[in-house]
Every structure is written in structure tokens, then in C-alpha cells.
Design a protein around this ligand. Structure first.
Ligand code: FES
Ligand code: FES
Length: 153
């Protein structure tokens, strides 16, 4: 099997796998980064969202062979910064219920946070509805996101 060197959470990781293996499988099964969740496996639910070159992408739908020279950030990489304002907002508004969708929600919001001074409500709604939450915590997530951007000014 071919060898790939992937830059994940600031470190280079070497994996041997088929070219069309989805990134999600590499993260979870090869590298033990199980914070990124499997939901549908078809690019529909958003639970597997990570950042690739700062864009929110569904890792179940990205083949490993397309990731050379790209920067991948997972929830584990973000969690190294416990003081990141996104975590503070999430905790303050108790945005998480069962937690399964939350890595995908957080990485999706992080992409907006890294990109925009202040996204519109429409941008936020569009981003959030793309990640399915079976617990229906959208109102609390919205409050957390609103505070996140308000505090940044
Ligand atoms: S598991 Fe990737 S979008 Fe659902
Ligand atoms: S918090 Fe349970 S699925 Fe979203």
C-alpha cells in the first residue's frame, strides 16, 4: 500500500493505506484520533468535520491521497488550547448534550471564527444546520456562537 505523510495537528504522521481511504478512517482507525465522529459516512451529517487548510471539510468524504501538503486540524489539536474562547462559550451556554455531534459543530464554527470578523446570522445558521444534532441543542449552540463573536467585537 502507498505511504502518505499527513500534517495533522501540527505534526507529520505517516500512514500506509489505499489512496481512496477517507481521512475519517485514517484519523480514527490508524491514528487513534477518535474525537472526530463517524455519523453517516456520506458527507451528509457533518459529525466528521475537521479543518483542512482552515476550511471546514467532511473527513468521511476526503480521500487521503488528496491531502499532501495540507494542514489538517482535528478537535484534539484545537483542544490543546483549553483557553480557546470557543470552549469558554460552549461551557458557559452548556451547548453540548450527548456530545456526539459537538466536535463537528465546534470545528464548523471554528472555521467561521478564523475567517470572518463577524459573520451574519445567515452565515451562522447555514453553518450550524449543516451539522445534524439529534439532541436538538441548536438554540444553545447559537447562543454560544453569538457570544463568541460578540466578545471578539
Ligand atoms: S460522517 Fe461525514 S458527513 Fe456524516
Ligand atoms: S449534542 Fe447530542 S447529537 Fe448533538
Amino acid at each position: 500500500m502507498p505511504e502518505y505523510k499527513l500534517k495533522i495537528n501540527g505534526e507529520v504522521k505517516t500512514v500506509n493505506t489505499d489512496a481512496d481511504t477517507p481521512l475519517l478512517w485514517v484519523l480514527r482507525d490508524e491514528l487513534g484520533l477518535t474525537g472526530t465522529k463517524f455519523g453517516c459516512g456520506k458527507g451528509l451529517c457533518g459529525s466528521c468535520t475537521v479543518l483542512i487548510n482552515d476550511e471546514a471539510e467532511r473527513s468521511c468524504s476526503v480521500e487521503v491521497s488528496k491531502l499532501q501538503d495540507k494542514e489538517i486540524l482535528t478537535i484534539e489539536g484545537l483542544a490543546r488550547d483549553r483557553e480557546h474562547p470557543i470552549f469558554k462559550s460552549w461551557i458557559e451556554f452548556e451547548a453540548s448534550q450527548c456530545g456526539y455531534c459537538q466536535p463537528g459543530q465546534i470545528m464548523t464554527v471554528l472555521s467561521l471564527f478564523n475567517k470572518h470578523g463577524k459573520p451574519s446570522d445567515a452565515d451562522i445558521e447555514t453553518a450550524l444546520t449543516g451539522v445534524l444534532c439529534r439532541c436538538g441543542t441548536y438554540p444553545r449552540i447559537k447562543k454560544a456562537v453569538d457570544q463568541l463573536f460578540e466578545n471578539r467585537g
